[in-house]
Design a protein around this ligand. Structure first.
Ligand code: SF4
Length: 252
């Protein structure tokens, strides 16, 4: 495994003006895992977006009746997976009663059930079930994360909240130096990935199965496994598997 700081695309990853790195990538004594742990420790204390802080905590306090015995996470949700990942899966934001409850991205809701079942079928995960942080799920060569780390009302972060949160994703991606393929789940994630790895002109359009080379990685488009898409069969299991199989082909 390469040491933290061996960023393969430094020119494409310039930081925003005035932005201070959350993890010091020049300090090589610790490994990638340790740097990701430090990033997680900083992230979960973030309160940069007042509307989202209020919402995530209100949901955690009032709960859904089916989960009234749960001690909701109610904080920003870190990425999850293999520090040596070649595949990065990028979603929108934690679900109010899913990851905002369990503390692990795409865990505890129907979208996660679809996502991890497909990753399991395609060899990226050791099991299909994703119910809580201690359920034994491990990802092999993959890392799953989100563009915005706090659950937003109606699953709709504002542009300001999206921009507030991007440095967390940028720092996380900087640490995942082996990533060569990014699967964007939905338009929001597609645009976020293009902002992170691009720009590309003209801007490539999102679509299921869309594929574009940008900033040293291959970006794959995939419909989000939301119930809106899976109930209507806009997204089927085989369509999801096709994307993760293609990611396998690309990563070798
Ligand atoms: S959405 Fe991101 S930037 Fe905003 S409070 Fe949550 S972790 Fe912080």
């Amino acid at each position: 495994m390469a040491a933290v700081g061996t960023d393969r695309r430094p020119a494409a990853r310039g930081l925003p003006r005035g932005y201070r790195r959350l993890v010091d990538l020049s300090g090589r004594e610790d490994g990638r895992e340790a740097a990701l742990e430090r990033l997680e420790a900083e992230l979960i204390g973030c309160r940069r977006c007042p509307r989202l802080v209020a919402w995530r905590e209100e949901v955690a306090q009032h709960k859904r009746a089916a989960f009234r015995d749960w001690d909701y996470w109610g904080r920003p949700v870190p990425g999850f997976g293999d520090p040596g990942a070649r595949l990065l899966v990028l979603g929108l934001a934690p679900a109010a009663h899913g990851a905002n409850r369990t503390g692990r991205i795409f865990t505890g809701d129907r979208s996660g059930d679809w996502l991890f079942a497909s990753m399991y079928r395609c060899g990226w995960a050791n099991q299909a079930e994703s119910t809580h942080r201690g359920d034994g799920l491990r990802l092999d060569g993959a890392f799953v994360t989100a563009s915005v780390r706090c659950a937003p009302p109606q699953n709709k972060p504002t542009p300001v909240e999206r921009d507030n949160c991007r440095p967390w994703l940028r720092t996380e991606v900087d640490l995942l130096v082996d990533v060569s393929v990014v699967v964007a789940l939905g338009t929001f994630a597609w645009d976020g990935a293009l902002a992170l790895f691009g720009p590309v002109r003209p801007k490539p359009r999102f679509g299921h199965g869309a594929e574009v080379a940008v900033g040293g990685i291959t970006l794959l488009g995939c419909y989000h496994p939301s119930q809106q898409n899976t109930f209507t069969r806009r997204l089927t299991e085989s369509m999801l598997d096709d994307v993760f199989t293609r990611a396998r082909e690309l990563t070798g």
